[in-house]
Design a protein around this ligand. Structure first.
Ligand code: NAD
Length: 499
């Protein structure tokens, strides 16, 4: 009987299930364990646990909630090796990269420690005679998070530390493809002193998600994943009267200007395009070279640098990146390279058919560079989500910006240049949510918020940082009067004003 990854409900790990799924090691293709897939009744159990924990948790002083986050942070650091090992086993992420993911997650826990300050609200004395008024941020109640495979630890930590310190109870539905790290991390919260039921995890697929979307007790949904699913989640959650933020896919362009420091730009591009096998929503996937001379020099330097890329299993920290998540995803990414070739692009560095010794059944693809891509090609339109960098040649920065603005996605972008005026114009006008200037992966730090534009984000509020406090609370404004001697007043039928 193989190990089973269960759910965390009311502080207990529950492994009962009617359906389960194999969790594979993408570096070997072998089954590591099974994950239980929650049915409607199991998800309802988790929502009930959260709803029952809510009255006491919402009345727990914010500083006490924050102290649990302080302890949680220490436990995350103490358990870093185990967490990174699980990320390596199930996602294929190399340890140096897994450590970075965990650290970015921890920074969101650090932000949550400042909740008492963030929840203070606003107060006005004497808005009228003996009348005071204040606004406060009240928790929503039970809120849920649905997360993707590519950041099994960091993306859940974008959500629930903020939600919990704001006084909500949480149900997390991690990706069924690499569920173990998210479950382990959530269990550490109990060890940090979080009362049972405040944090719950249900593993599962669309059946579990549908229950979270339709159950009236769930007040809000945070989603991160692909755009078609994000759009479905947003449409369904809002139709059910829930608050929703749904972050979707991306196609992140980097403009390479003729005046850029090309050696530096190439190093940055190689890291940002191929790190984590390109399975990052902020991965750079299109290099837009301004002018043929820039493009030719870029291709030459990229080719040189790509010869030293090391691809292999997570267990070897010397590797730059590991396998793709599944055989199906590998086939999809290879299909995009094939189609680029068929539609007239030039595959300059070809990662197809890579064999990693001792891991012949793993889902590996080498770094791939494709030149002379045009906007009409399928490989340009789609989010490839693999270690593939496309090069599009344009004549001017305006042409590059028009290209980026016309794309369906607007998550991240960056420009490599030495020209401050050009950079300022670019960041002012480009229709993308997160912009880098000589910074390839402009992932905002935890005390700013993360969100794309266009079809990379459905909803009005971004993830984590100050927007998370707005998303996970509801404003209430109270006006009160306590005049000396009590209130003796005739009915007043005019709109109350101060003359
Ligand atoms: P995905 O959309 O397949 O899955 C995300 C979550 O939705 C998972 O928990 C999954 O179980 C659930 N899900 C999948 N299909 C569903 C359905 N039909 N109904 C209900 N729930 C469903 O995404 P993925 O492959 O796990 O992750 C990769 C995608 O996530 C990429 O598109 C990437 O760009 C995106 N992503 C975006 C961000 C961002 O911040 N914008 C961050 C990370 C990943």
């Amino acid at each position: 009987m193989s190990e089973i990854v269960g759910h965390l409900i009311g502080g207990q790990v529950v492994t009962d299930h009617t359906r389960s799924l194999e969790v594979l090691n993408p570096a070997t293709g072998r089954c590591l364990r099974q994950v239980a897939l929650a049915d409607q009744a199991m998800v309802e159990r988790a929502i009930t646990a959260a709803a029952e924990a809510f009255p006491a948790w919402r009345n727990t002083p914010p500083i006490s909630r924050a102290r649990i986050m302080f302890r949680f942070k220490e436990l995350l650091q103490a358990n870093a090796d185990k967490i990174c090992q699980l990320l390596g086993e199930e996602h294929g992420k190399i340890t140096h990269d897994a450590k970075g993911e965990l650290q970015r997650g921890i920074e969101n826990v650090e932000f949550a420690c400042s909740a008492p300050h963030l929840l203070k609200g606003e107060h006005s004395k004497n808005v009228g005679p003996a009348i005071d008024s204040w606004s406060e941020h009240q928790p929503l109640g039970v809120v849920a998070g649905i997360t993707p495979f590519n950041f099994p630890v960091m993306v859940p930590l974008w959500m629930y530390p903020a939600a919990l310190v704001c006084g909500n109870c949480f149900v997390l539905k991690p990706s069924e493809r690499d569920p173990s790290a998210a479950l382990l991390v959530a269990q550490l919260l109990s060890e940090a002193g979080l009362p049972d039921g405040v944090m719950n995890v249900v593993n599962g697929d669309a059946e579990a998600v549908d229950t979270l979307l339709s159950d009236a007790r769930v007040e809000a949904i945070s989603f991160v994943g692909s755009t078609p699913v994000a759009q479905h989640i947003y449409t369904s959650a809002t139709a059910h009267g829930k608050r929703c933020q749904a972050l979707g896919g991306a196609k992140n362009h980097a403009i390479i200007m003729p005046d850029a420091d090309l050696d530096n730009a190439v190093s940055q591009l190689v890291g940002a395009a191929f790190g984590s096998s390109g399975e990052r929503c902020m991965a750079l996937s299109v290099a837009v070279a301004v002018g043929d001379a820039t493009a030719d020099a870029l291709i030459e330097k990229m080719q040189q640098q790509m010869t030293s890329l090391k691809v292999g299993p997570a267990t070897d920290d010397e590797n730059d990146f590991g396998p793709l998540i599944s055989a199906q995803h590998l086939a999809k990414v290879v299909g995009h390279i094939d189609s680029a070739e068929q539609q007239g692009a030039k595959v300059v560095v070809d990662g197809r058919g890579l064999r990693v010794q001792g891991h012949e059944d793993g889902y590996f693809l080498g770094g791939t560079l494709i030149d002379r891509v045009t906007p009409a090609m399928d490989c340009y339109q789609a989010e490839i989500f693999g270690p593939v960098l496309l090069v599009v040649r344009v004549n001017s920065m305006r042409d590059a910006m028009d290209l980026i603005d016309a794309h369906e996605y607007g998550n991240g972008t960056c420009i490599f240049t030495r020209d401050g005026e050009a950079a300022r114009f670019f960041s002012d006008h480009i229709k993308v949510g997160m912009v880098g200037i000589n910074v390839p992966l402009p992932v905002p730090v935890a005390y700013h918020s993360f969100g794309g534009w266009k079809r990379s984000l459905f909803g009005d509020l971004s993830a984590y940082g100050p927007d998370a406090v707005r998303f996970y609370t509801r404003r209430k404004t109270i006006t009160q009067r306590w005049p000396e001697g009590g209130i003796r007043e005739a009915a007043n039928f005019s709109m109350p004003t101060l003359d």
